[in-house]
Design a protein around this ligand. Sequence first.
Ligand SMILES: [Zn+2]
Length: 133
Amino acid sequence: MTTTTGELNQIADGLGRLVRAGQSDTGEIVSISVGAYYVQLLFNHDVLYAEAVSNVYLKGPERLSAEQERRLLALEWTKPSVPCDPRCRRDHPNFHRLWQRKTPWPDVVRDVVMTRVPAGPQPTGAARRAGGN
Ligand SMILES: [Zn+2]
């Protein structure tokens, strides 16, 4: 397993490299974390599968608020316990989503970073949104 941690811009850089490598190496797992929050990517034959931690694994003040959960759904994550595929029999205790294996890696990086992994501290540095109203 490869784990990347750091500021969001560092995460995005590292993630880009790992996604490019993973797309040619089935079975690779990439984990991105900010404190208790993490996203894991699993490179399968046809798809890239990702999970984002849910309240099943978060405690106390780290638990996701209803608003944070709605934000994940708005970002196209699938609710925990909803099958990823009609034939899937696995439990999905975390938020999850799929990309086609051939999805351009910058799109995957953007989608993952947009989750803010998925509810951690405000982004800093290059990833910070310009201030204002
Ligand atoms: Zn599934």
